[in-house]
Design a binder for this molecule. Structure first.
Ligand SMILES: NC(=O)c1ccc[n+]([C@@H]2O[C@H](COP(=O)([O-])OP(=O)(O)OC[C@H]3O[C@@H](n4cnc5c(N)ncnc54)[C@H](O)[C@@H]3O)[C@@H](O)[C@H]2O)c1
Length: 433
């Protein structure tokens, strides 16, 4: 909620982008920003950098950056937490996404990003362990330490504002329980170190307590808790999630919405993935795998609306497989085998083999989310930012609201939100064509 009459503060000064997890996605994002600043590459895939806001029926399309006040790339400063002490240069080398020669050029800037000790619990990520950990009397204490990190960063970096993004590993599958039902129950759970409070929830709680926007790039439950929604609204903080829509799921939503627009039936959709990065190691654990599988599967059913079109999608068999295969590293390979049917039920097949680069697709989304969440905060928006659904596989949504999964509709929704967030009020015909 925000007051439409209130002026939106300009994005003056530095913006701190604090990343939980300094792995493939985070380092590709930080190094990418550094490379673009030095004109060593283009910010391909980023709406905030390359996108335009169409003027609808009247007026010309104008760059988004000219329509709303966004932090500039030169104003971004970075911080991170990780269970490994490697700085961003070392972590980027380990991730193996960007070429070593580019990392050498950026080495000084990347080495300056050294991760703070992490809140970690092997019960929530079973395939990883690392030495760079916080210790504390209970989970409340750990949350206080994260809050302290945020405040210290603000003081040391000179940043005016910060946003926090969870770009750390996928936690084991969880559902909201009694400790998540209210802020009071959650805080009692922090005091008692309730095992149902995962590390990602502790970071989110800490950020929201500091009035800092939080986005969840992973499929973790994290923000989908009455307790944290209550906190986000009480502290008037914008939040967004969950699970970045990249790679296979991005293509799936593009293709499925096209087939559905033409009312072509779909009987089966078999999706298989090979990935060999650290994310793949984590997903080889059945608990983390289920978290990811659920978020990848929810898309098709919601997009195709089998309740509205039972004759076209009522019998859809949707299967998702993710296999850890080290030789492929971050360069994921996905196959989709789609069994569809047309006029009179005649069958057809469609095969898609996408040789993608996961973190190359994710980095521009992290950038856009950081800048848009900061804009939302300056505009006084709080709670779930449904207009950012464009970026997520399983968009957060208010109770009783069906989230939109169609990419083109999501883009229109995002553009509409940006028209409302324009620093300079638009002419009425521009807002409502
Ligand atoms: N790459 C993509 O396209 C993509 C798309 C959608 C979602 N995601 C999600 O984004 C997240 C990051 O992906 P990635 O490829 O960068 O993975 P990664 O394994 O390379 O990086 C994750 C980092 O998080 C750290 N970590 C784990 N638990 C932590 C904790 N409690 N606190 C601090 N650090 C912690 C790990 O040590 C690791 O360095 C994963 O959850 C993944 O599922 C990625």
């Amino acid at each position: 909620m925000s007051d439409p009459a209130a002026p939106i503060a300009a994005a003056a000064g530095k913006l701190g982008v604090l990343l939980v997890g300094l792995g493939a996605v985070s380092t590709t994002f930080i190094a990418g920003v550094a490379a673009v600043r030095r004109r060593l590459g283009q910010p391909v895939g980023s709406l905030t950098q390359l996108g335009v806001l169409p003027g609808r029926r009247y007026g010309e399309a104008r760059p988004i950056r000219e329509c709303v006040s966004l932090a500039g790339l030169d104003d971004l400063v970075f911080g991170a937490w990780d269970i490994f002490p490697d700085n961003a240069y070392e972590a980027a080398r380990t991730a193996g996404v960007l070429e070593p020669f580019l990392l050498e050029v950026l080495r000084g800037e990347l080495e300056a990003v050294r991760p703070w000790r992490a809140v970690f619990d092997r019960n929530h990520v079973k395939r990883l362990d690392g030495p760079n950990l916080k210790s504390g009397g209970n989970k409340r204490d750990l949350a206080e330490q994260v809050r302290h990190d945020i405040r210290r960063f603000l003081g040391d970096s000179g940043a005016e504002r910060v946003v926090v993004l969870w770009c750390a590993s996928t936690e084991v599958f969880m559902q909201a329980g009694p400790v998540h039902q209210s802020l009071a129950a959650f805080e009692r759970g922090l005091d008692a170190s309730d095992p149902a409070i995962s590390p990602s929830m502790i970071y989110a709680y800490a950020a929201l307590m500091e009035g800092v926007p939080f986005a969840n790039a992973s499929p973790n439950l994290t923000l989908e808790l009455p307790a944290l929604l209550e906190l986000a609204c009480a502290h008037r903080v914008p939040i967004a999630g969950k699970d970045l829509k990249t790679g296979q799921t991005l293509l799936k939503t593009i293709i499925a919405s096209g087939l559905a627009a033409r009312l072509l039936g779909i009987k089966g959709w078999f999706s298989s993935n090979l990935l060999g990065n650290r994310d793949g190691v984590v997903l080889a654990d059945p608990g983390s795998y289920k978290t990811k599988e659920d978020s990848k599967k929810v898309v098709l059913e919601r997009l195709l609306k089998p309740d509205v079109y039972p004759q076209l999608y009522g019998d859809l068999y949707h299967k998702v497989q993710i296999q850890y295969y080290p030789p492929r590293g971050d360069n994921k390979e996905s196959w989709d085998s789609i069994d569809l049917f047309g006029w009179l039920g005649y069958t057809m097949q469609l095969k898609i083999n996408f040789l993608c680069r996961d973190s190359i697709l994710a980095a521009p989304i992290v950038l856009d989310l950081a800048l848009f969440l900061d804009l939302a905060a300056r505009a006084g928006k709080s709670g779930i930012q449904e207009w950012l659904a464009f970026y997520f596989k399983a968009p957060l949504h208010a109770a009783g609201v069906e989230p939109e999964h169609d990419l083109s509709i999501q883009l229109h929704q995002l553009q509409d939100a940006l028209r409302e967030l324009r620093a300079v009020p638009a002419a009425p015909h521009d807002l409502h064509d």
